[in-house]
Design a binder for this molecule. Structure first.
Ligand code: 5GP
Length: 107
């Protein structure tokens, strides 16, 4: 059964797209911690980020880096924080969270 995130990447469920390529998709979190809170996912269904193959995981981080650079330009912030949780949605994802102070990242 397709996960909600693979349906989002396939355009079957609407999302606010930030960036995409053939392997990965970035979109705004529906329940953002701060403005610009973005999720990066592989199009391929894989439940747990650290079960991904090394090359795919490295590629996802390079994609996330380019997304973070775009977020930095669009939203004034000190840093783009990175978080990996994955308790709610069983589809590997990275949270990119623009932050200005430490408390922005308390999640
Ligand atoms: P986690 O699995 O890392 O604990 O959290 C999943 C994240 O996905 C949450 O921050 C939640 O707000 C977000 N999320 C869950 N369902 C949707 C959805 O349908 N659309 C979007 N844009 N975000 C979602």
């Amino acid at each position: 059964m397709a996960t909600i995130f693979s349906k989002i990447a396939a355009g079957e469920i609407p999302s606010y797209k930030i960036a995409e390529n053939d392997k990965f998709y970035a979109f705004l979190d529906i329940n953002p911690l701060v403005k610009g809170h973005t999720l990066v996912i592989p199009r391929r269904e894989v439940d747990y980020i650290f079960d991904m193959e090394d090359e795919e995981l490295a590629d996802m981080h390079l994609f996330a880096k380019s997304v973070a650079k775009a977020i930095e330009k669009a939203i004034p912030c000190k840093r783009v924080g990175v978080a990996v949780m994955g308790l709610e949605v069983p589809h590997a994802h990275i949270h990119l969270i623009p932050i200005n102070k430490e408390s922005d990242m308390i999640i």
